[in-house]
Design a protein. Structure first.
Length: 250
RNA sequence: CAAAGAGAU
């Protein structure tokens, strides 16, 4: 049963929902447990097959908080905020994961008020939920509010820092993004692929050609992150920018 | 063995 469940998850993760379903069907009713059902449900949700997900959910012999959160995710991901709220309200229990999933749904729709309300009512918060709330502000174009929250959150991790770097890289205050990036390195956190891209973007927009190159060239040795396609694209932007400047001079 | 948070063009 264990290995069957793992197969379902593996297929689902790679987008092979139909393969996952075949495995699920091959198990037969007797061998399926709650985890098999949830893994299959997750497969449909991940691949945006909300109707199939609903069908799975309704057919499940037993549902738990994980299956409910999965359905919530399915609705929110496909832009059905009202449905997501209905699922959320119908859940028999909540935990920090389901609350955070609901926060994310609000973030996607820019419902700052509802998100704040939920966030302050949550009986429990962790780094993930704090970061989801940062993202609510970020996506609503409220960097200052994100910064205030960031300043008081207990244990920001690399994703929390990255939200901040990215937010400032995109709102016309690249200098703040660069500063934040430098601070996260000083804090001893390991920059991620995304945070490195964001700081490069910030430099590009500030016209800091040298510094952008610097981040690009040292990312592997200093941070253990091999440059990816997106980092090269950013360099292309940077070079285009330099080219334009040169043309303007001529 | 299953569920929640970050990415410019």
């Amino acid at each position: 049963v264990l290995s069957w469940n793992m197969m379902i998850s593996a297929y689902a993760q790679r987008g092979f929902v139909n393969e996952a379903r075949r495995t699920f069907d091959a198990m037969g009713m007797e061998k399926r447990n709650l985890l098999s059902w949830t893994a299959m449900l997750h497969g449909y949700v991940r691949n945006r097959r909300v109707e199939d997900a609903k069908c799975m959910f309704d057919q499940m012999p037993v549902r738990n908080i994980v299956s409910w959160t999965e359905m919530l995710q399915g609705c929110s991901q496909t832009g059905h905020l009202a449905q997501a709220e209905r699922v959320f309200q119908s859940m028999p229990q909540w935990n920090v994961v389901s609350w955070t999933a609901m926060l994310k749904a609000y973030a996607l729709n820019g419902h700052v008020e509802a998100a704040e309300d939920l966030f302050y009512r949550m009986p429990e918060r962790n780094t993930v939920s704090w970061t989801a709330m940062l993202q609510v502000y970020a996506q609503s174009g409220r960097p200052a509010e994100a910064m205030t929250l960031f300043g008081v959150m207990p244990e920001p991790d690399i994703l929390s820092w990255t939200v901040m770097v990215t937010t400032y890289a995109n709102c016309g205050h690249g200098e703040v993004a660069v500063e934040l990036f430098q601070r996260l390195v000083l804090e001893g956190l390991k920059p991620s692929r995304v945070s490195l891209l964001s700081v490069m973007v910030a430099c590009t927009r500030l016209g800091l050609v040298q510094q952008c190159w610097y981040y690009f060239t040292c990312m592997k040795d200093d941070h253990g992150v091999a440059p990816h396609e997106e980092h090269y694209s950013c360099l292309v932007d940077l070079l285009e920018r330099v080219g334009q400047v040169d043309q303007n001079k001529v």
